[in-house]
Design a protein around this ligand. Structure first.
Ligand SMILES: [Zn+2]
Ligand SMILES: [Zn+2]
Length: 252
């Protein structure tokens, strides 16, 4: 890239505004060309989204090296082909990028993102992960989307980078359970006792006792095989009754 090293172009990019309307290529590097040079105000330190502190460039070395080497085609420059800045640096100034200062990374308040593992990426990748507090869409409680979970989602499961988590752990697993239930109920096999037990167990987890009893009754009626004993049904019936009895929140 720039011959004068990272520091050179980062400093120069501070004083030049950028315009996204024109694009060109210079030695295979995509450049966003600005039409007019203006002097902007003094370089501002970046606000670290993890600790919230204002950090000068000297305390953003990891981020600077990440945007320079990990994603090397996001520069903008002059018509002559001089590279003068990195788009992610500008995005970070606007608070639109997940990154972290050197201090947060050193203290493991943030984990460094591996941008090459984030395959589905519309805008900026995650340059760093830090715990994020969010409100759960289902229960309305606040929960933490931890940095470790984020690494797992975006780099192991390779989820879309812009996808944010919207449910807490409990609601997430309840949703999974509900999906499992509707899958089972789509085509229930009442002669498959394991399946009957599974449906009952899920209904109990979801505190749907009335539906559990109803399903058991239907299953009993639709049973054709002799081998399946009356005892198992009695046992399941007892299970539902007990769960309902010990559940303080259940409607009586
Ligand atoms: Zn920080
Ligand atoms: Zn929730």
């Amino acid at each position: 890239m720039a011959d004068d090293g990272d520091e050179g172009w980062i400093q120069r990019c501070e004083i030049i505004p950028y315009f996204r309307n024109k694009r060109t290529f210079c030695q295979g590097v995509e450049l966003f060309v600005y039409s007019e040079m203006e002097k902007a105000e003094k370089p501002k330190p970046l606000k670290c989204p993890c600790c919230g502190e204002l950090r000068p460039e000297s305390e953003c070395c990891v981020f600077i090296s990440q945007i320079a080497h990990d994603v090397p085609n996001k520069y903008y420059g002059t018509l002559d082909g001089d590279i003068i800045g990195n788009l992610y640096w500008l995005d970070a100034q606007k608070g639109k990028v997940d990154w972290a200062c050197d201090n947060c990374l050193k203290q493991y308040q943030a984990l460094r993102g591996k941008t090459k593992r984030q395959l589905f990426c519309g805008t900026a990748p995650h340059f760093a992960y830090f715990d994020k507090r969010t409100i759960c869409r289902d229960c309305g409680m606040s929960f933490i989307f931890s940095k470790e979970q984020q690494v797992h989602y975006y780099e192991k499961l390779v989820f879309w980078v812009q996808a944010e988590r919207v449910r807490c752990d409990l609601c997430q697993s309840l949703k999974k359970t509900r999906n499992q239930l509707s899958h089972l109920l789509a085509n229930p096999d009442y002669n498959n006792l394991e399946q009957v037990k599974e449906v009952i167990a899920i209904r109990i987890v979801l505190k749907q006792y009335r539906q559990a009893k109803h399903f058991l009754a239907v299953a009993k009626r639709n049973q054709v095989t002799e081998s399946i004993s009356y005892l198992i049904f009695e046992l399941l019936k007892k299970q539902i009754a007990e769960a309902e009895l010990t559940d303080n929140s259940a409607e009586r």
